[in-house]
Design a protein around this ligand. Structure first.
Ligand code: IMP
Ligand code: MG
Length: 187
């Protein structure tokens, strides 16, 4: 056990994480998004849909600064990847638990990279006939865009770097970092 832990530590220590967006800046932006959504959805029937796993921390912070009645649901998709890029088809691994027909849905995503995942997800959700469907993404990498998706609420635009932290992972690790950082090897 001890040696397994040590080995894991040793294998990740060569990966340096450079802080791109610190925790305070994230929280300030999340509060702004919360205020904007609160204004836009007043009197509506709001469902906040968190796309697992990457958006779980962002969604938890965001819903707490939306000052409106709402329900929360989750879904999980896996995108088929062609090398490092998603190919455009997604598989729903975990579906919503409530009908969204006639309701106002905000999909909460961690990051929009090529755009394929969220584009395919929107197509799927549209078949469930919500009254409205909006996207709220923490991060967007415009340089990588292959499919254009209108992002209704966006936290930050970032350069073309692989990022981790605040919910985002690399091989399952780093989700617990309280900031968004760029991953790069020190060697
Ligand atoms: P897309 O279909 O290319 O837009 O890919 C979106 C998904 O790929 C995101 O929801 C993430 O799960 C993952 N992803 C893309 N870029 C990054 C990154 O820089 N760090 C961590 N995950 C990423
Ligand atoms: Mg994701």
């Amino acid at each position: 056990m001890a040696s397994a832990l040590k080995k894991r530590g040793a294998s990740t220590s060569s990966e340096a994480v450079e802080v791109l967006i610190d925790g305070d800046r994230i929280q300030r932006r999340v509060r702004e998004l919360g205020r904007q959504i609160t204004r836009d959805y007043k009197g509506r029937d709001l469902v906040a849909v968190s796309v697992l796993k990457g958006s779980f921390i962002f969604a938890a912070d965001l819903v707490r600064v939306i000052d409106l009645p709402l329900t929360v649901d989750f879904l999980r998709v896996s995108s088929y990847r062609d090398g490092t890029e998603s190919s455009g088809s997604v598989r729903l691994e975990l579906d919503l638990t409530q009908p969204i027909k006639g309701r106002d849905v905000i999909v909460i995503e961690d990051i929009i990279d090529t755009g394929h995942t969220v584009h395919a997800l929107m197509e799927t959700l549209r078949t469930k006939k919500p009254a409205s469907l909006a996207i709220c993404a923490l991060l967007h990498k415009p340089e990588r865009e292959q499919v254009h998706v209108g992002i209704d609420y966006l936290g930050f635009t970032i350069p073309n770097k692989f990022v981790v932290g605040y919910g985002l992972d690399h091989a399952g690790q780093y989700r617990n970092l309280p900031y968004v950082g760029a991953l790069g090897s020190t060697e």
